[in-house]
Design a protein around this ligand. Structure first.
Ligand code: ZN
Length: 422
């Protein structure tokens, strides 16, 4: 058996897409498995979706390498000077790659890795490689080789995506996908398929807006369901359809962190207490600060996260939360949060039980008194019940704002009640 990994064939000008190259390669190599790996979403030079692909074949390594090289050359993805494709060919079964290769896959989820180091790992294990340009694609191509083994030992189970591709002469034109049939199919297979549509905004999330070859991509827990759902959508002709095993929707990018240890370029799950209340700034972005002792971390729900911002705005100082997302420029970009405990009351100046007016301070340490003729006094502030409009548990961005690798709440396995967006 042979595993072929490839990465960084997304051409912005030509609208190429690495998954399409992999789908074509899988057909040429009569592949028995196809993996779509979403890498660290926080990496700077990433390709559009930061995807790497692997296909498994019975074709011998030397021939597989030639086939992959010829295909990428023929697809002219290598002419774009902003793409730096890489191909890695590994002999053997994908579940049995060396530990060092699976470790590379795990690191590629969390770190920014060096192509030169990828080349070293490849030569250590006798893997054949081809690169174009700067060969940055070697990092992802090697990560794709290690995916099957890395995921077999991970806490998450892989998910699936069935991608339908457009006929070549339609690339770059508007997509003809019947929205009613997409919504009907999404409902029929929910929640085994997810992030297909947004039922509140009416968006067809599975249909991309970029000029590439993808017509629609149906994601879910079960490949039979993603295939059946894709087949139930009415649309322009489908050129080819391929189902990938993926780490999408798994939260594989998150590591347990603390405010003290969180650094730029990684994604975390972090505990804290709301220290500064949510504030809506120019552009509609919502910011708040969470604290752990003396340390604080800024968190942001950006405008494209839509109605999620309303949930964030309902947080109050003193609430205990767990926040998830990528840290960049010392700010955590919220993907989801859990309200662990909510402040239920606030301390307010007492009102007079006789006349209903707000009491005033009777002087430092003297409590409060009514300025009317009632002569009522109170020893201090009183607790008032808050109308929270927020419950304990997990809240998330809507499907249209989901990062590829972020886990939708509907998939389950969370440690508190969930409030899924659908
Ligand atoms: Zn009064």
């Amino acid at each position: 058996m042979t595993v072929v990994g490839l990465d960084d064939t997304d051409s912005r000008e030509r609208g190429m897409c690495t998954t399409y190259a992999a789908a074509r390669l899988a057909e040429r190599l009569d592949a028995s498995a196809r993996y779509l790996v979403r890498l660290n979403p926080a990496v700077p030079h990433k390709t559009r979706g930061n995807a790497a692909l692997a296909v498994v074949t019975d074709v011998a390594p030397d021939q597989a390498l030639i086939t992959a090289r010829d295909l990428l050359d023929a697809m002219a993805v290598t002419d774009d000077d902003r793409t730096h494709p890489g191909v890695v060919v590994a002999p053997g079964r994908p579940e049995e790659v060396p530990t060092a290769v699976a470790d590379w896959t795990d690191r590629a989820m969390h770190e920014l890795l060096d192509p030169a180091q990828a080349r070293d790992v490849c030569s250590d294990h006798g893997y054949r490689t081809v690169t174009w340009g700067l060969g940055r694609g070697l990092v992802g191509a090697l990560a794709a080789i290690g995916a099957a083994r890395a995921w077999s030992r991970a806490e998450f189970s892989p998910t699936y995506e069935t991608i339908s591709y457009r006929e070549r002469d339609r690339w770059g034109t508007g997509r003809a996908v019947d929205a009613d049939s997409l919504f009907a199919a999404a409902d029929e297979f929910y929640p085994r398929v997810w992030d297909t549509v947004d039922r509140e905004t009416g968006e067809t999330v599975a249909v991309p807006h970029t000029p590439g070859p993808v017509l629609h991509g149906i994601r879910g827990d079960d490949p039979a369901a993603t295939r059946a759902c894709a087949a139930a959508v009415s649309s322009e002709p489908v050129e080819r359809r391929t189902t990938f095993t993926t780490n999408q929707g798994t939260d594989a990018h998150l590591t347990e962190g603390t405010i003290a240890t969180a650094v730029d370029g990684r994604s975390y799950r972090v505990e804290g207490v709301v220290a500064d209340p949510p504030e809506t700034r120019e552009g509609g972005h919502v910011f708040l600060e969470i604290a752990d002792g003396d340390l604080q971390l800024a968190c942001a729900a950006f405008e494209p996260t839509g109605r999620f911002r309303e949930r964030v705005r309902r947080l109050r100082v003193g609430d205990r939360v767990t926040v998830c997302g990528e840290v960049s420029e010392s700010t955590l970009k919220l993907e989801k949060f859990a309200a662990r405990s909510l402040v239920r009351t606030e301390q307010v100046t007492p009102t007079c039980p006789d006349c209903g007016r707000r009491m005033e301070s009777a002087g430092r340490g003297q409590g409060y008194r009514c300025r009317g003729d009632c002569d009522r006094t109170a020893p201090g502030k009183v607790a008032r019940e808050l109308d929270r409009r927020l419950e304990r548990g997990w809240y998330e961005v809507p499907p249209s704002a989901r990062r590829h690798v972020a886990k939708p709440l509907v998939r389950g396995g969370f440690d508190a009640p969930v409030h899924p967006e659908r």
